[in-house]
Write a protein that binds this ligand. Structure first.
Ligand SMILES: [Zn+2]
Length: 238
């Protein structure tokens, strides 16, 4: 549409284009020697980015209190996604499938409890309870006996901040839900059954590998305990 010395509109005879041309100030007509620049107004720096388009079009809602558990700087995307779905109650647990008329997996895959739902699967089941006992000890938290609907707020409060302890808690919560969901699906679809200690091992490994890729965590008084408990080098601290 822009040539060296003027506009070349695709449909110059249209009255809309004529109106635009008629109202354009002379400074906007391309001329030889003048400096032209394309500016993307929705972005403050004038540059076009996919992010700026996304922010332009999306509907913005207030930030939920548990957002930082999932999307903080040290998250594990595959685990965050499962936790996000779990918090929204959107994982296809037995109770949810039953509402769609699918009744094949109504029993808990770990303890055969009749009625698999998010609360039972992730926190009330004796199997997952044994997993949480180990993980909670390693995080110095107590997330037991909290209704599923209240849990994200409680966990978010325990995970606030950027210390090693809070990063470990955040990663552990997400990795635990992720591995419990993975184990539940493996039992249904692959007919493979791991014991609790193997699930715990998977959670701990996932958290450790993520932490080993970090090297700038701010030092605090509780670091020594967590470094020892999670077998981590001090080099992950600033
Ligand atoms: Zn169960």
């Amino acid at each position: 549409m822009i040539s060296v010395t003027g506009w070349h509109w695709p449909n110059a005879s249209s009255w809309q284009v004529k109106e635009i041309v008629g109202h354009s100030p002379p400074i906007m007509v391309p001329t030889i020697g003048s400096r032209d620049e394309i500016i993307w107004l929705p972005n403050k720096n004038g540059l076009f980015t996919i992010g700026s388009v996304w922010n332009l079009w999306r509907k913005k809602w207030p930030k939920v209190s548990w957002a930082d558990i999932l999307w903080g700087p040290y998250n594990i995307p595959k685990a965050s996604f499962v936790v996000w779905m779990a918090i929204l109650g959107r994982l296809n647990t037995g109770d949810r499938l039953a509402t769609f008329g699918i009744n094949g997996v109504s029993n808990c895959q770990f303890c055969t409890h009749n009625g698999e739902d998010h609360q039972h699967l992730f926190f009330q089941c004796p199997f997952t309870l044994r997993v949480w006992i180990v993980i909670q000890d390693k995080c110095q938290v107590n997330w037991q006996n909290i209704p599923w609907s209240d849990l994200p707020q409680v966990v978010a409060a325990d995970c606030k901040g950027k210390s090693l302890a809070t990063i470990i808690r955040r990663l552990s919560f997400c990795s635990s839900l992720y591995h419990i969901w993975l184990e539940r699906n493996n039992r249904i679809f692959s007919h493979e059954r791991k014991p609790e200690d193997a699930v715990v091992k998977g959670i701990v490994s996932l958290v450790r590998y993520r932490l080993l890729a970090i090297s700038n965590i701010k030092r605090t008084q509780t670091d020594e305990w967590f470094l020892h408990e999670w077998r981590l080098p001090a080099s992950i601290l600033k």
